[in-house]
Design a protein around this ligand. Structure first.
Ligand code: PMP
Length: 431
């Protein structure tokens, strides 16, 4: 059974060879369907949809309060410090780029809030990162860490780089979007702080699967997206220490981000407004916040068990098929305290291009998986998967039937092949 009702759970997928079948969505790691509760909330607030702030009208006041309240809800969801800033952005990518702009200024000494300057340091990141948590830092990093074959080895490598000095920020993912393996966030934070650095957590994959507590885990900055957390597209969040954020020049200049503007000068606002120029995405923020409440309301034990059972069933089913390889980065992710894997399974089918296999699984079995390089080229290359692989991912709306359909689909592909009805035309599959 699914753990929660999600929109579209009765969606039927058309099959090329006959009829339709309930769509088996195994692509939650890319974007989740909205929780039904979130969709209802959207319908409730839609009539009050108005521009926020500076509006005295009733709808504007309601909208403003919904928007500002969303900040508090999100702050509570991630266990933020009382004086942390919560900025609504477009998505995780936007959040990390925003922070990177502020950090870049700290590094070049352009804006040094007293006592907080990160002057002349650098940013350290791992080679397992999604491009969203790699490319913004690339120009500020002279060293990156190649993860080891185990979590323990990876921590040792991170420490070696931190010990070498000059690192002001460690940028890490909470859970890999490629393999689903979870990193020891609190331990990484302790290491970073020990060597005088801060930590930013890319929680795009972790937040939809595990509880996060910024204070307890020592996370300085955190980013995630609404569309991977049972809310619609268009809103993400950056939460974290206000000093660097209040010192950074907004990369989006415009209305609402200022205290005072003269023809030749500007005094930027402080707090979230500084980085939220223009009319904000009230509905996006409100639905994202609502989704965090839905997740916070889940029984953690049941949530974890649901996901682990589905994942175990799929891993076991796929591993028992000759020609299937399931990929992981670490050999100790199941045993390392507090780590494990979120509901993601990465695999390859011998002899089949991943794009071709994904197209077949969709068209013949109504199964939606993702294929390719998952915006993590350095990691895929290191894992020997430069041509890409397949990823199945679960969420609260997933059920056993979804996992079984994928297993059956893969067996059918390996057993019968694509058949004479299919031709491969310039790397594309044509029925
Ligand atoms: N980080 C990770 C780990 C992700 O999985 C993703 C999305 N695939 C992102 C960052 C980027 O998220 P968004 O596309 O919402 O900006």
């Amino acid at each position: 059974h699914p753990l929660l009702s999600v929109v579209g759970s009765r969606l039927n997928a058309p099959l090329i060879h006959g009829g339709q079948v309930r769509y088996a969505n195994l692509d939650y790691a890319a974007s989740t369907p909205a929780a039904e509760d979130v969709a209802e909330h959207l319908a409730q607030i839609l009539p009050y949809y108005a521009s926020v702030h500076r509006g005295a009208g009733f709808a504007s006041q309601v909208s403003t309060s919904v928007y500002e309240n969303a900040r508090h809800i999100v702050a509570s969801f991630v266990g933020a410090r009382p004086d942390d800033t919560v900025i609504f952005t477009r998505n995780t990518t936007d959040s990390l780029n925003l922070l990177a702009n502020c950090v870049r200024e700290q590094l070049t000494g352009k804006h040094c809030a007293s006592g907080t300057s990160a002057d002349s340091g650098e940013v350290l990141y791992l080679d397992i990162e999604h491009h969203a948590n790699l490319l913004p830092w690339q120009s500020m990093a002279h060293r990156s860490v190649v993860a080891g074959g185990s979590i323990a080895a990876t921590l040792a490598r991170v420490e070696t780089q931190l010990r070498a000095g000059n690192v002001v920020l460690l940028a890490v993912t909470g859970a890999s979007n490629v393999t689903g393996e979870v990193l020891p966030v609190a331990e990484l934070a302790t290491l970073a702080h020990h060597y005088g650095a801060r930590i930013v957590l890319d929680a795009a994959q972790l937040a939809p699967h595990r509880r996060i507590d910024m204070v307890h885990d020592g996370i300085d900055y955190l980013a995630f997206s609404g569309h991977k957390l049972y809310a619609p597209f268009g809103a993400g969040v950056l939460v974290g220490r206000s000093d660097w954020l209040d010192a950074g020049t907004p990369y989006l200049a415009g209305g609402g981000a200022v205290n005072d503007v003269r023809l030749e000068s500007v005094r930027w606002a402080e707090g979230p407004a500084r980085h939220e120029a223009g009319s904000p995405n009230v509905l996006g923020a409100a639905t994202l916040a609502r989704a965090t409440q839905v997740l916070a309301g889940l029984d953690a034990e049941k949530w974890h068990t649901h996901e682990q059972q589905l994942r175990a069933r799929l891993v076991e089913g796929l591993s028992s098929i000759e020609g299937i390889t399931v990929h992981q980065m670490f050999d100790d992710s199941d045993t390392y305290p507090g780590c494990g894997t979120i509901g993601v399974v990465n695999f390859s089918i011998a002899g089949y291009d991943s794009g071709l296999a994904a197209a077949y699984l969709s068209a013949e079995h109504g199964v939606g998986v993702r294929d390719g390089k998952f915006c993590a080229h350095p990691l895929l290359r290191r894992l020997g998967l430069a041509a890409g692989s397949l990823r199945a991912s679960f969420g609260v709306g997933s059920c056993v039937e979804d996992a079984d359909r994928l297993i059956e689909g893969v067996k059918a592909l390996l057993g019968e092949g694509l058949g004479a009805d299919y031709v491969i035309d310039a790397g594309r599959w044509v029925p």
